[in-house]
Ligand binder design. Structure first.
Ligand code: SF4
Length: 328
């Protein structure tokens, strides 16, 4: 039977928060069905943080700690660092020779991200940033991945990867690359504590490394129904961020909370306390496992070394095939 492989990754641009957990839960499940390669995408991080690399080493290490603490199993999956497998760069270069410029320019996120960075005073119109979807294609094709877990915003990137695989296979008359399928995960959209998109740059996130005090502080600051001043005011949970969290993290009680809120029979402070307990229960085991890993950096380094080695083995085999096929 052919081995089914998955490639996925995250950019090490800061501490993971609970908004990342549904993606990671999906990765954990995929370990049972696929041979998984999970990559800390440090070269991708450089496409926007090329002028600020001082913390990248620390961020890479912490990302691996977070992944393992959440439940990724380094025995089952290769957890590796993109820049430690140089074949990513070689395949990126070779594919860049046969990728029409227009394919990159039409990627929807290209213009959106340039505008959004421009609004914050940063110019990211570099050769590297234009090429980042192609680097992503090279990442995927290097492992001859049969599928890629993605969110909806990533679908055009996977479509482009499929086109590149087809173009390469057709041009050189060999089926070197399978066309990867998109596995659209059921990710729960979690807002930040102020109701906007959860992001470290808004300081509205709850980190998966948060202490109990930090979790309470963030929960206490969450925005609620602005029309509720007193406890007995009738509430509108549909406009309340706390309630969105209750629906995800307090599935046995949220219906009761909704009814009590509408009748003005529960205060927002008490409601937040209930949510805080659920969040703390969820984060506590992750936090404890993180602490153990942070006290054993050699164990984390061994996980990374072994993941790099396993990723390299597969990457080297693919590149031998690519070079033979291209006669170079
Ligand atoms: S009681 Fe709970 S759901 Fe209702 S407005 Fe307050 S925090 Fe939101």
């Amino acid at each position: 039977m052919t081995e089914k492989r998955i490639l996925s990754g995250m950019r090490p641009t800061g501490k993971l928060h609970i908004g990342h957990l549904s993606v990671l839960d999906n990765w954990i499940k995929l370990q049972e069905e696929y041979k998984c390669y999970y990559m800390v995408a440090d070269w991708h991080a450089l496409t926007t943080t090329f002028d600020d690399t001082g913390d990248i080493e620390k961020s890479i290490f912490e990302m691996v700690v977070d992944w393992v603490a959440v439940g990724l199993d380094p025995e089952k999956s290769a957890i590796f660092i993109q820049s430690q497998v140089k074949e990513h760069a070689e395949l990126f270069l070779l594919l860049s020779m046969l990728t029409p410029l227009s394919w990159l320019e039409r990627v929807p996120t290209y213009k959106d991200q340039i505008d959004s960075f421009q609004n914050n005073g940063k110019d990211i119109r570099t050769y590297g940033f234009l090429g980042y979807p192609l680097l992503q294609s090279a990442d995927i094709l290097l492992y001859q991945a049969s599928a890629v877990p993605v969110g909806e915003d990533q679908l055009p990137h996977i479509e482009m990867t499929r086109e590149i695989a087809r173009r390469f296979n057709y041009m050189f008359g060999e089926k070197v690359f399978p066309e990867p399928l998109s596995l659209l995960g059921k990710t729960k959209l979690l807002p930040g504590i102020d109701g906007r998109k959860m992001s470290k740059s808004y300081n509205n996130e709850i980190a998966i490394s948060a202490t109990s005090d930090e979790i309470w502080e963030k929960t206490r600051m969450m925005v609620t129904d602005p029309a509720r001043i007193r406890k007995d005011d009738l509430g509108h949970p549909e406009v309340c961020t706390v309630f969105q969290y209750q629906k995800i993290y307090n599935e046995h009680e949220f219906e009761n909370i909704e009814a009590l809120c509408r009748q003005g029979k529960i205060g927002c402070f008490a409601c937040k306390k209930l949510l805080y307990e659920k969040l703390d229960d969820m984060i506590k085991p992750i936090r404890e496992k993180r602490e153990v890993l942070l006290k054993n950096p050699d164990q984390v380094k061994a996980i990374i070394n072994s993941g790099n080695q396993r990723a390299r083995e597969k990457a080297m085999k693919t590149m031998e095939l690519v070079r033979t096929t291209m006669h170079i």
